[in-house]
Design a protein around this ligand. Structure first.
Ligand code: NOJ
Length: 551
């Protein structure tokens, strides 16, 4: 657990290494590029970095298929480049957290290679099952990425479980030797000076005894069986007891479908917490059903219900992790905001979450309001999950409709390289980029926004600075107002020194806002807004304002 809960004062920046910045001209983002940009990240007001996986990997799932946990991939610059970045970040007062991906490994990992050959002690490192006499799979669970959750291994003559891609084999966490391996990995990085971990789908690591069929879920079978499994708490407690409690580090657990009640079983500060924070998915689901792939019209009330629920339910007990974007979801300006009002909605979206209680994370490119990518051909997609959905899932929809679905739902929509300038390849690389650059880089890029006081980038800087200065943002009371509105999200924060009122318009229309009772705007100080001129309580498209009353 982090001493003094230092993570509560931080603003994190997420780096998805392949697309952040190429420093050696080979077309792939790397740690040389990160080193060049440390001051930039710091200049945003961010004082923490989360690295998506940097480890050696065949790259089937862009690094989430790890083949060596205690090393840094050569393509990212290897261990020397990492240590330089780690020191550079620490010198600037920034924390660094790594991605811990231990629900599964790559099938190229030495453990898997030995396990499939039954070489001890690796025989039971994975979840192996023989074929059933009736030719059926060991159970009816689905993989979240590719077909069923089982793949046949010719070498061993058995099936292994893969909840994600076929080349991502699930570890058998019930084997104490596997848990010891996890602890070794944790100690290795913590001893090097890393400040914590974002734990990839960590709530999937304990599978139920006997791996029973899922008899309830019509789609995506299994998720309710293996999410928050029977020994999850016990294993997390063990990692906490044996490793985390001995370091000044933070832990952030990724968990699809987690509710505040469930989260508190692990993060309640008054009840022996085994984790610090959760990445919840609910706030991503205001325009989709369970996954981004099942896209629906954006519903602000759904989003607000979720924001408020997490703010209220964790209050005084657990700590929220706040985010609107990461590498697994399409860009927010294109979803909850508007590309037509890219600048306005990019700024409004920042305010919608940066003044809530919790630790905010900003995903690379979000700070300039990057938008979705619209390839003309499905073959241009790289992401394993996206490709499976398009090429393997039978549907009667036309190819055009299916392509449109990818535009709205694919993870690749947010994985194009960061747009650093209007120069060739958006200034991302001097070589040939590993992936497509969003065509709008001449209009949306860091260099131009640096020069513009009114840019989304400089707005983020102001908002983060304010967030750090305002006492009520850290610990003040949160209250939502005008819950029934489907145009405005209004919330207040209050402590014994000040009261804030925050309004965010989520509509392209100019509309009258009803100021909540008890807030007299005439005596308020306007701290932040995204329009030069205000028109009373009539809000322009995607307008946002932050007001303060000092006590
Ligand atoms: C969640 C990660 O964020 C995602 O990118 C990855 O594909 C899956 N877990 C599997 O590791």
């Amino acid at each position: 657990m982090a001493i003094n809960n230092w993570y509560k004062d931080k603003v994190f920046y997420q780096i998805w290494p392949r697309s952040f910045k190429d420093g050696n001209g080979d077309g792939m983002g790397d740690l040389y590029g990160v080193y060049e940009k440390l001051d930039y990240i710091k200049s945003l007001g961010c004082d923490g970095i989360w690295f998506s996986p940097l480890y050696p990997s065949p790259g089937i799932d862009c690094g989430y298929d790890i083949s060596d946990y205690m090393n840094i991939a050569e393509e990212f610059g290897g261990m020397d480049a990492f240590k330089k970045v780690l020191d550079g970040a620490h010198e600037r007062g920034m924390k660094v957290i790594m991605d811990l991906v231990v629900n599964h490994t790559s099938d190229q990992h030495e453990w898997f290679q030995k396990s499939r050959r039954r070489i001890e002690p690796y025989t039971d490192y994975y979840i192996w099952r023989p074929a059933k006499p009736n030719g059926k799979l060991p159970n009816n669970w689905d993989s979240l990425f590719e077909g069923k959750a089982w793949a046949w291994d010719e070498v061993r003559g058995e099936y292994y479980m893969h909840l994600f891609a076929i080349q991502q084999a699930d570890l058998n966490m019930d084997n104490p030797l596997v848990r010891e391996e996890v602890k070794k990995i944790l100690r290795f990085w913590l001893d090097m000076g890393v400040d914590g971990f974002r734990e990839d789908v960590i709530t999937f690591i304990s599978k139920p005894e006997g791996l029973p069929d899922d008899k309830l879920m019509p789609a995506s079978k299994g998720i309710f069986m293996f999410n928050h499994g029977p020994h999850l708490h016990e294993y997390l407690e063990e990692f906490h007891r044996d490793v985390f409690s001995k370091y000044d580090c933070m832990t952030l657990a990724e968990s699809p479908l987690v509710t505040p009640k469930k989260a508190l079983e692990y993060i309640d500060e008054n009840n022996n917490p085994v984790l610090d924070m959760f990445i919840q998915f609910e706030t991503q689901e205001a325009d989709s059903f369970m996954t981004d792939y099942y896209h629906m019209p954006f519903n602000l009330r759904k989003l607000k219900r979720s924001y408020t629920k997490w703010q209220e339910k964790l209050d005084g007990k657990g700590w929220n992790m706040l985010y609107i974007e990461n590498h697994d979801h399409p860009r927010m300006v294109s979803r909850y905001g508007s590309e037509r009002f890219q600048k306005e909605s990019g700024k409004m979206l920042a305010v919608s979450y940066l003044f809530q209680k919790g630790t905010p994370f900003i995903y690379q490119g979000q700070e300039i309001g990057m938008t979705n990518w619209y390839p003309s051909d499905p073959e241009m997609y790289e992401d394993v999950q996206t490709r499976w959905q398009y090429f393997n899932v039978a549907t009667k929809k036309s190819p055009e409709k299916r392509l449109k679905r990818l535009w709205d739902g694919s993870r690749d929509s947010a994985r194009t390289p960061v747009q650093w300038s209007a120069e060739e390849n958006a200034g991302f690389t001097t070589g040939t980029p590993w992936f497509y650059i969003n065509e709008n880089y001449k209009d949306i890029n860091v260099a131009d926004q640096e020069k513009d006081e009114n840019s989304v980038l400089n707005f983020y800087r102001r908002a983060i600075k304010l967030r750090k200065e305002l006492s009520s943002v850290k610990n003040g009371n949160y209250k939502e107002h005008g819950k029934m509105s489907s145009s405005f999200y209004t919330y207040s924060r209050e402590d014994d020194r000040e009261k804030l009122l925050i309004v965010c318009s989520f509509t392209e229309k100019t509309k009258k806002w009803s100021v909540p009772a008890g807030f007299d705007l005439a005596s308020a100080e306007l701290l932040l807004s995204n329009y030069d001129k205000l028109d009373g309580t009539t809000l322009k498209p995607y307008e946002t304002r932050v007001y303060r009353w000092t006590k």
